[in-house]
Design a protein around this ligand. Sequence first.
Ligand SMILES: NC(=O)c1ccc[n+]([C@@H]2O[C@H](COP(=O)([O-])OP(=O)(O)OC[C@H]3O[C@@H](n4cnc5c(N)ncnc54)[C@H](O)[C@@H]3O)[C@@H](O)[C@H]2O)c1
Length: 358
Amino acid sequence: MVKIESKDSIIEIGSLLSSSLSEVLSEYKNHNVIVVVDNNTHDACLEYLITSFPGLEKAEIILLPNGEENKVMEVCMQVWNAFTEYGFGRRDLVLNLGGGVVTDMGGFIASIFKRGMNFIHIPTTLLGMVDAAVGGKNGIDLGPYKNQLGSIKKPRNVFIDTAFLSTLPEQEFYNGYAEMLKYGLIHDNSLYNDLKKYSTEKDFNRLENIEKCIQIKVEISEKDLQDVGQRMLLNFGHTFGHAIEGYLLESSPISHGHAVGIGMCAESYISMQRGMLLKEDFDDIQVLLLRTYPFIEFDESEIDGILELMYNDKKNEDGKILSVLLTSIGSASFHNEIMEDEIRLALRYVSMLSASSN
Ligand SMILES: NC(=O)c1ccc[n+]([C@@H]2O[C@H](COP(=O)([O-])OP(=O)(O)OC[C@H]3O[C@@H](n4cnc5c(N)ncnc54)[C@H](O)[C@@H]3O)[C@@H](O)[C@H]2O)c1
């Protein structure tokens, strides 16, 4: 069992059965435990959890509708009303069992209710394990704007058990893979080179790289929990990615990882155009991203629409669009203002690549 401890939070990586979950639950034996799941984790993951920890048989189950489109205030309101009806209080424990949607929303619900209940995350997707469940950001979407409402409060524990990945649909692994590539690109050249070699589904389960990613996320986010400095590095690929994802949400939704994959290519392109990133490094990144994520063709009116969303990004400051740019494979700089012309050029470039993507 690998343990990563940070202020107010402990992450355990390994089998849930040999983790400290039963001790944590014993602290709550005189309180309510509420397990939050979505439709899919209800069917695929809940039984394993409950049969492994008999104390959970009495837990209240809160079932959320799955999918990003349900990461919204209306669903939170229903859950808060249910919490009130059941008489849950601050001393009770919320256990979020699911992907990033469940941990983001379950964490938000718990961190707001009665000014904050304790909560635990048990991520069940690769993306949840390497990213969403770690770092203390909780939140929901507001219309096309991702994670526009939220809170920063760390789960008291995070339990990472890759056994949950056995039921995860294949395409979901590529969401987590995009974030893993991001860590390699901004922070760890050798991780990037290792990830490049992934060829079978089994590779995605490799615990040593999952651990490395969690370490990187903890290291960066601990230094800047409030996201005012270095933590912004973790937004690499997301200035474009969030806008592309938001723009396509109503017409032809794409996954977060897919959008971030295209976004990382666009932001690497700007890095190269500015002379910050070597052309050979850019080519290497482009080949990998093109091989992994289907690129999409955008016409000029779509580029206008994506740009409009970028102007409303919560990461902007004083109306300026900010982005993370690469200085090499394995290092990056944050807080770079990017200009409308550069953005249009980068969007046209990734759009052009759609002809040669898989
Ligand atoms: N808080 C953060 O720091 C942070 C970081 C990155 C991403 N996020 C958020 O995470 C979300 C995306 O997370 P995600 O990719 O995990 O998506 P998700 O939670 O929607 O899960 C993807 C799909 O897989 C299903 N699923 C989950 N676990 C399963 C399992 N073990 N077996 C079978 N099906 C399973 C889910 O029901 C869902 O249909 C986005 O909302 C994003 O904004 C948050």
